[in-house]
Design a protein around this ligand. Structure first.
Ligand SMILES: [Zn+2]
Length: 448
């Protein structure tokens, strides 16, 4: 039996009332090598006022021995007896989520969580145990103004979903399946009214429901690609499907085989692209503006978000402390996409995605290290994403294609399902080149 954390989640969504009720079991094995005095759970839903309502909590079948704390996005649970290495702790939680309707604001970072008139998006919707680092302790970070702050261990998920309160389908009898479409990180087994999923060795489980999705599909080898778009954006939905499929085939070849059965791209009423394991969201803004050409942000960002399946999902990293590790690689993957599938648009990509912003700044800052001004998001993005891509381009030039791509493959293969760091990146890199990288590192890194 795997010693990975097992999450068993049984949830009923009342679509009309924007309400989710959840029963969650967590089987956590202490693999940290040290006795644990407390367990930390990340509760992202608790960041939204009035959203997370904990009804019941048990530890190993009884009420928790002493008071837990739940503040912002973290629950701290003191343990009566320390949990020894190798020992298993069983948690049982019952809670409701009153789903928020986030309104876009320049003061808060967009997250595709909650409900809009045409969809409900469930991301980071269950409490989970973050990784534990022997030096730093729990990798439980506060949200930043921009960038992602969560760190995920690979875990196993058994998820059972059911929806009530679906809008009635015209002419449908009440015994028919509600006219809702569910997009999720994995492929379900349908069992009456239940959608049952098993998702193993994964960072998280995200899903989305809508009465208004147009679904298109394609396969790449054994992998099913699903594109969920709103019907007014059928052409852009097809483009996000094709881009995702092509990008997946390319990254399969360049990085490592994609290990999942499916990948879903979901058009979302929020302002950005956002990756989860097996599924990503793409802003309706990109669909609205889609030009029909490859030289288009819908295409760049779809190629970017697809690359997160390798740099974020397969190879995890501390997104708060070292965001460049996944973001620079995913931005550079856009360049690899254009190079292969639309070389005529590569000049556009360099000019409008990268050089237009005159990127600058150390690429190895944390998400908290780029200070807030009106241009704060730009400072962060320009350094981590854009300058990060320029670093990788120069690294590739210095190494040559053969060494560069064998390095990337090696980095992905050796870090798969675990957490990589900048140290991992450079340790693997050293094995693939004799080149003196001092000048390059001095140019892009504050601390290398
Ligand atoms: Zn990204």
């Amino acid at each position: 039996m795997s010693s990975r954390t097992l999450y068993t989640l049984t949830a009923t969504l009342d679509y009309a009332l924007h309400h989710l009720s959840v029963e969650e079991q967590v089987a956590y094995t202490n693999r940290t090598g040290v006795p644990l005095q407390e367990l930390v759970l990340i509760v992202e839903a608790n960041r939204y006022p009035g959203t997370f309502n904990l009804k019941h909590l048990e530890v190993n079948g009884t009420a928790p021995p002493s008071a837990y704390t739940l503040e912002a996005n973290q629950m701290r649970l003191p343990l009566a007896n320390p949990l020894s290495p190798g020992e298993v702790l069983n948690l049982s939680l019952t809670y409701d989520l009153n789903l928020p309707s986030p309104t876009p604001s320049p003061l808060t970072r967009p997250v595709p969580f909650g409900t809009t008139p045409r969809q409900t998006n469930l991301v980071d919707w269950y409490p989970y145990v973050p990784p534990y680092d022997s030096v730093k302790g729990w990798l439980a970070h506060a949200p930043g103004y921009f960038g992602e702050h969560q760190v995920y261990e690979s875990a196993d998920f058994v998820v059972n979903l059911r929806i009530t309160g679906a809008p009635a389908q015209a002419g449908a009898s009440s015994s028919q399946t509600p006219s809702l479409t569910i997009a999720a990180s994995a492929v379900p087994q349908i069992d009456g009214e239940w959608y049952r999923y098993r998702f193993e060795n994964a960072r998280n489980f995200a899903w989305s429901a809508s009465h208004d999705y147009l679904l298109t599909t394609r396969t790449v080898g054994d992998v099913a690609i699903y594109s969920y778009a709103f019907p007014i954006h059928a052409a852009a939905g097809k483009a996000s499907l094709e881009t995702t499929a092509n990008a997946l085939a390319l990254y399969n070849e360049l990085f490592a085989p994609y290990p999942r059965q499916s990948l879903s791209v979901v058009e979302a009423d929020f302002l950005d692209g956002m990756e989860y394991d097996g599924l990503y969201f793409l802003s309706n803004g990109f669909y609205n503006l889609y030009s029909g050409k490859p030289a288009d942000y819908l295409v760049s960002i779809a190629a970017h978000e697809t690359a997160h399946q390798w740099f974020y999902a397969l190879v995890g990293n501390d997104q708060a402390e070292e965001p460049w590790l996944d973001e620079a690689l995913c931005t550079y993957s856009e360049r690899l996409y254009y190079e292969r599938f639309a070389p005529e648009a590569l000049d556009w990509w360099w000019a409008y995605r990268i050089r237009y912003y005159d990127p600058r700044g150390w690429i190895d800052g944390s998400i908290y290290s780029y200070t807030y001004t009106g241009e704060a998001y730009r400072a962060y993005r320009d350094a981590v994403y854009l300058n990060g891509a320029l670093f990788l381009e120069e690294l590739r030039t210095q190494l040559g294609d053969q060494a560069f791509f064998s390095f990337l493959q090696d980095y992905v293969t050796r870090s798969a399902y675990s957490l990589a760091s900048g140290d991992t990146f450079f340790a693997v890199l050293q094995e693939h080149t004799q080149a003196d990288l001092t000048a390059l590192l001095d140019k892009y890194f504050a601390n290398r």
